[in-house]
Design a binder for this molecule. Structure first.
Ligand code: SF4
Length: 387
């Protein structure tokens, strides 16, 4: 596990992991200046209320670096009828200050399908922007940095899925949304970490099968198998952020911070899930903190998530293992500003691929909407068939 930051010891992001610092917290001052933007009375007036949302996680001394970009982005959004869909792993100044809709992949997919805006800027990684384009083809979908990929999405291709289907004819293919449009197009239905177990149960019933193909995340597949009892055929993809957590990390956290509540994301290895107190999607983890208000908590997921939940729950003490997603962190305020200003980089998908991918997503969206399902922790591991 990477460095651990105890928010109660640092009181701020100083002195430890600061994802903003990696992309120019201080560089943002320069980023604003080279774009002809500066902190002024007008900017202050436009952004003071926004700062209240993030004051527990963004030090006051850093705010003048971000505020000019935030004010300019929000002005451009209004002028161009654009919205920003911000994933839970965005840094707080993006998530809380320019994001119009915030959440996990599933929540953002619903918003992309419903919005009246002409332009969607995806503050997330490329597969999320593709999902927005699949659901809203008439809209302009922009991704601020084309290099914002994902180790799971990169682990599998459409050709791989075709080979899997040849090997297991008639078995339903449930595909995690963390995949390309091309992979979704070869799939029967998509899922997210909020609904993976429910979708797998539905697919097994709908297809009348006792086994389901769930790709590409090996650990999510194993964790769903442990929850559902359904035989799972899995792929060997992994999230490069969540695979770093170990059961030994959980034991060390409990020893170092007696009474700490450990929350894990289902992309973590099964022994981590087993050792956690609660497990679920980012939406489920956020709900847990908001509803239970644990005194001290650790979220075993990408580290900006802790900042974003901490901003909304300042009474909770967060221990923050520093596991950054390098792909998510390619999305910066200055990148969003440039994207809106120059209308780049536009996401396009071949229509034939888009239509087939949409069928798989539509099947998921048509299922009864339920609150994100928690994964029961403490369950013994269940074997899956890896292809
Ligand atoms: S956190 Fe993991 S699953 Fe999410 S975008 Fe990064 S690599 Fe992909």
């Amino acid at each position: 596990m990477a460095r651990i930051i105890d928010a109660s010891l640092t009181g701020s992001s100083e002195g430890g992991c600061d994802p903003r610092a990696l992309h120019g917290t201080w560089g943002a001052l320069n980023a604003a200046a080279v774009r002809g933007l500066a902190y002024s009375d007008d900017v202050k007036a436009k952004t003071d209320a926004l700062y209240q949302r993030v004051k527990h996680v963004v030090p006051a001394v850093e705010w003048p670096a971000y505020a000019p970009l935030i004010a300019a982005i929000n002005d451009m959004k209004r002028a161009k009828n654009a919205i920003i869909l911000a994933h839970n792993y965005m840094t707080s100044e993006i998530f809380w200050c320019v994001g119009d809709f915030r959440g996990d992949s599933l929540a953002l997919a619903y918003k992309a399908a419903q919005t009246d805006a002409a332009i969607i800027v995806q503050a997330g990684v490329h597969f999320m922007a593709e999902t927005s384009k699949i659901l809203a083809p008439e809209k302009t979908v922009l991704i601020p940095d084309l290099r914002a990929g994902c180790s799971l999405a990169a682990s599998i291709t459409g050709a791989d899925v075709r080979l899997i289907k040849q090997k297991f004819p008639g078995v339903p293919v449930v595909t995690y949304v963390n995949t390309s449009a091309e992979v979704k197009a070869e799939s029967d239905v998509t899922c997210t970490s909020s609904n993976a177990a429910a979708v797998v149960e539905w697919a097994a019933k709908e297809w009348g099968m006792d086994r389901v193909i769930l790709i590409p995340d090996e650990y999510l597949a194993k964790n769903v198998a442990a929850q559902t009892g359904i035989r799972i055929i899995a792929w060997h993809g992994r999230c490069e952020v969540h695979e770093r957590f170990t059961a030994e990390d959980v034991a060390e956290l409990r020893a170092s911070y007696p009474g700490i509540i450990v929350l894990a994301h289902p992309e973590c290895p099964p022994d981590v899930m087993s050792a956690a107190d609660f497990a679920g999607s980012t939406a489920a983890l956020q709900m847990y903190v908001e509803q239970k208000h644990p005194a001290k908590v650790v979220l075993l997921t990408e580290c900006s998530m802790s900042d974003n939940v901490a901003a909304a729950s300042p009474d909770v003490d967060f221990i923050r293992p520093c596991n950054l997603c390098p792909h998510m962190k390619r999305i910066t305020l200055e990148g969003i500003y440039d994207a809106l200003k120059a209308m780049k980089y536009e996401v396009t998908i071949l229509e034939d691929v888009r239509v087939r991918a949409k069928q798989a997503i539509d099947r998921m969206l048509a299922l009864p909407k339920e609150t994100p399902r928690a994964f029961e922790t403490g369950r013994p591991p269940v074997a899956v068939e890896l292809v």
